[in-house]
Ligand binder design. Structure first.
Ligand SMILES: [Zn+2]
Length: 297
């Protein structure tokens, strides 16, 4: 793996210009701080996404934007999930509501388009109902920008790299643990795994963590690097064929797109449906899980 510098925030202007000329692709990594068992650092989703983007850019070219550590949570189904999987533990979440996250994403797209990137790979390590909403927002934004967009939400590719065929183990299961272990070994500590059931549901831990494997994690990461290599090529070709030389959007344009094209769809978004089941009144998840009517919708 080449040691080329790819992290936007750590590069000097001349290095950025050189990287951009070589490959005008940008990675936008997303995640948040969220419970992932006692044995994983809470930034798992963003750390994993960011590191995978860095490895992919080092191999295939491109520049990696600073990770955005604030993401959809607490509301809607996230609240039902939180009550069941995190319960009353202090959450250590960096949560914002979906309308803030999705609008931020629009502004990130505006910025990289205005800079002249030809392709953008948006990789969110955090999944949830928003994985159905993000493609809708991206389709809308795509009609207004020249940069060609591709997004991937969740653990990564839909595949099982474990030989026993039991799968990745879901949220904070062995798949996520293994991938984090591969890219940030100091953020996984198997000695912190629970020894008994006294603190169940164990800070949102998933299944089969005892068979987590750094080697399997490396295989998963290699798969993602390869996938992003394919997408880099495709986006650059797509830009050649379809990327209109549009005038960069202004902040005001983004607000207009949001108000006219995206905001009217909010009530239909998966991330904006009432929680089911609604967390009980005495749960820390109760208040924010409800959809605020009036001011936002
Ligand atoms: Zn995760």
């Amino acid at each position: 793996m080449s040691g080329r510098k790819v992290q936007w925030e750590r590069m000097f202007p001349d290095e950025l210009e050189e990287g951009f000329k070589e490959c005008p692709i940008v990675y936008l990594p997303y995640g948040l701080c969220e419970p992932h068992g006692w044995h994983n650092a809470v930034g798992l989703d963003a750390i994993r996404a960011h590191e995978c983007c860095i490895h992919a850019a080092q191999v295939h070219g491109g520049i990696v934007a600073p990770p955005y550590y604030w993401h959809c949570h607490e509301i809607s189904g996230y609240g039902s999930w939180g009550h069941a999987k995190i319960n009353q533990e202090r959450t250590w979440l960096t949560a914002i509501p979906p309308w803030m996250f999705l609008k931020s994403m629009c502004y990130h797209i505006r910025a990289v388009d205005a800079l002249g990137f030809q392709g953008a790979i948006l990789f969110s390590g955090h999944s949830g109902p928003h994985h159905q909403d993000v493609p809708i927002v991206i389709d809308i934004m795509q009609q207004h920008v020249g940069v060609r967009l591709y997004s991937l939400m969740g653990i990564g590719l839909n595949r099982d790299d474990f030989e026993d065929g039991k799968g990745m183990g879901g949220h904070a299961g062995r798949g996520e643990t293994s991938a984090l272990w591969a890219v940030a070994p100091d953020c996984v500590d198997m000695s912190r795994m629970p020894e008994d059931d006294t603190r169940k549901p164990d800070f949102a831990m998933g299944d089969y963590n005892e068979s987590s494997s750094r080697l399997v994690g490396e295989k998963m990461v290699e798969g993602i690097i390869e996938h992003f290599g394919d997408k880099t090529e495709k986006l650059l070709i797509e830009h050649q064929n379809e990327g209109a030389n549009t005038t960069p959007l202004t902040f005001d344009d983004v607000e207009g797109i949001w108000e006219e094209e995206i905001r009217p769809k909010l009530t239909d978004f998966a991330s904006m449906q009432p929680p089911n089941p609604e967390p009980p009144k005495d749960s820390q998840w109760h208040a924010n899980s409800r959809i605020p009517k009036g001011r936002i919708l």
